[in-house]
Design a protein around this ligand. Structure first.
Ligand code: CIR
Length: 264
């Protein structure tokens, strides 16, 4: 969640040797090559570095299959970091180590039972925090978020989803006033005040792009959607994350990116 000045920092975690036991909702389980997944993850980290992100790299967690997908563990705003309570119970132990890292950078708040929230369901556009009502995130989380972030002037708005894992599977911010969106999974009219770029219909997972500065990181296997973004003058850096996609991962979910001062 980015705004203002300062160094960009990305918290990441190496791919777990247990990733084959990841949570799956919409995809069939297929073999995942851990070495290849790690090489792809490394290339993703190198791309973040080349885009001037300072990396905080956490070691792999052999007992936490989905722990490379750090985005789901927290929501980092300029003012505060909210530690999530992931909808899949297997993922909740991922949060403690992330909270320890983030406590060096932000005051912390924590969502409490019965709230469930995956960070992949949170899309920040200015002071509007859109939260997907997915299979992972619930109304209790919306209520708790309203209390926590409302005091900083954020408006929390629920979004209905259909057919995808997270809100950011369906829509991401690709420019200050522009979203990239799959209209089959989320209603484009919700984002009426913004420019909307729709994905190529043959690339349903292409709406997930990670905005770093003025550039975008996007999975390499969405060339037709990439062309739509480039036609708008946007710079896209393709990365091959095909092994992570087998675990229902994408590009936003492999990092927690925020601004920090040089000292933090
Ligand atoms: C899960 O189902 O939780 C993981 N296998 C994938 C999480 C991907 N996270 C994200 O897109 N924010």
């Amino acid at each position: 969640m980015l705004s203002g000045d300062g160094t960009l920092t990305a918290v990441t975690r190496d791919v777990s040797s247990a990733i084959a036991r990841c949570e799956l909702t919409h995809l069939p389980r297929v073999d995942i090559d851990v070495a290849r997944a790690r090489a792809q993850h490394q290339a993703y980290l190198e791309r973040l570095s080349r885009l001037d992100c300072r990396l905080i790299e956490l070691q792999a967690e052999p007992d936490l299959p989905d722990s490379v997908f750090v985005e789901d563990t927290a929501v980092v705003l300029d003012e505060i970091a909210v530690i999530a309570r992931p909808g899949a119970a297997s993922r909740r132990p991922e949060c403690l180590s992330i909270a320890i890292v983030l406590s060096d950078h932000r005051p912390l708040a924590t969502l409490e039972k019965p709230a469930t929230l995956d960070g992949g369901d949170v899309l920040l556009v200015g002071r509007t925090m859109w939260v997907g009502l997915s299979g992972r995130s619930n109304w209790s989380a919306i209520g708790q978020l309203r209390t926590i972030v409302g005091r900083y002037g954020y408006e929390v708005r629920p979004v209905e989803l259909d057919g995808c894992l997270h809100l950011k599977s369906a829509v991401t911010l690709v420019a200050p006033d522009t979203v990239l969106l799959n209209p089959a999974w989320v209603d484009a009219q919700i984002f009426g005040g913004l420019e909307v770029v729709t994905i190529d219909p043959g690339e349903p997972h292409a709406a997930n792009a990670l905005r770093i500065g003025s550039g975008l990181i996007q999975a390499a296997n969405f060339p037709r959607t990439r062309a739509r973004l480039e036609a708008r003058g946007l710079t896209v850096h393709p990365v091959d994350v095909s092994e992570l996609q087998k675990a229902e991962g994408a590009v936003t979910c492999c990092s927690l990116v925020f601004r920090s001062t040089a000292e933090t």
